[in-house]
Write a protein that binds this ligand. Structure first.
Ligand SMILES: Cc1cc2nc3c(=O)[nH]c(=O)nc-3n(C[C@H](O)[C@H](O)[C@H](O)COP(=O)(O)OP(=O)(O)OC[C@H]3O[C@@H](n4cnc5c(N)ncnc54)[C@H](O)[C@@H]3O)c2cc1C
Length: 260
């Protein structure tokens, strides 16, 4: 094993200074197995990022909140998000893995990121207290020059939120999953979010399906948009045909529920 530097700052400001030397260490479940590839780790556990607060209609979740803490928080979090946290990993991992670490390392098969994208979650990125949509963060995260610390994820409770997945076994990660939400809007137009996961580096929004649902609640065309989005999504886990068909079935099913 390669010796590396371990830092445990007491403030976010100090952690940001140290980021030039290494990478954030949260639960360590993804980082530890590749510890010989990083020169230094900046442990986040003393930064006070492990709290959850409701501020007006926004729920602010610290980046260091554990997935299992979210599973157990019936008071503040919707059951769909708590179930997605449960599906993300086994109990031992959930007791270590954090929300920030999950968002930063998840691939397209992540139930949590699929649901958070449907909820239009916002991430706070330091330095600069930048407010990024989760979509923007996932895009930036995958670039080589990404630098920074996620301190918080913010959510608003949608009017409707559902998640469904197809997997080899109920406790397995999804081959295909869909999260659908109706966001709190201005009252003149319904704002739907349709997110498809199970493949690739991140779950994806199906914007055409969102438009079809928002403008005319056209379920068949929305399902077809989902099928097309996964038309070439084949890998060792599932063929493209299987994924495309499952995507259209799940979108149709949730769209029927959401549109009543
Ligand atoms: C046995 C085992 C099975 C696993 N199975 C799966 C699986 O099925 N699916 C899956 O997706 N993952 C899996 N993982 C990986 C891992 O458990 C998850 O990705 C986990 O959610 C990562 O969270 P963490 O808090 O442990 O992150 P860490 O391991 O601490 O960090 C992960 C990455 O995120 C960065 N990071 C962490 N926090 C922040 C922050 N606040 N701001 C900026 N960057 C940050 C770190 O620098 C690192 O690059 C598995 C791991 C193990 C050990």
């Amino acid at each position: 094993m390669c010796p590396f530097e371990y830092h445990r700052p007491k403030t976010v400001a100090k952690a940001l200074e140290l980021l030039d030397r290494g990478v954030p260490l949260a639960g360590g479940t993804e980082l530890t197995p590749r510890r010989d590839q990083v020169p230094a780790v900046i442990d986040l556990q003393d930064l006070g990022l492990d709290t959850m607060e409701s501020r007006d209609d926004v729920i602010a979740i610290g980046a260091a909140v554990k997935l299992q803490t979210m599973v157990e928080n019936e008071e503040q979090l919707p059951s769909t998000l708590r179930e997605a946290c449960r599906s993300e990993a086994s109990l031992n991992l959930r007791n270590m893995a954090t929300l920030g670490g999950t968002v930063m390392s998840a691939d397209g098969r992540s139930p949590v990121v699929t649901v958070l994208l449907a909820m239009d979650a916002i991430a706070i990125l330091e330095p600069g207290s930048e407010t990024l949509s989760l979509e923007e963060l996932l895009d930036r995260r995958d670039r080589d020059d990404f630098h920074g610390l996620i301190t918080e994820i913010r959510l608003k409770l949608p009017g409707f939120l559902r998640y469904e997945q197809v997997s080899r076994a109920p406790a397995d990660r999804p081959l295909v999953c869909v999260a659908m939400a109706r966001l709190p809007g201005d009252g003149t137009k319904k704002g739907y979010r349709v997110v498809l996961g199970g493949f690739g580096s991140s779950p994806i929004r199906i914007k055409k399906a969102e438009t079809y649902l928002s403008e005319g609640e056209d379920i068949n065309t929305a399902a077809e948009a989902a099928r097309r989005a996964y038309a070439t999504a084949g890998d060792v886990w599932a063929s493209d045909e299987y994924r495309a068909h499952s995507a259209s079935v799940l979108v149709r099913r949730l769209a029927m529920e959401i549109t009543g």
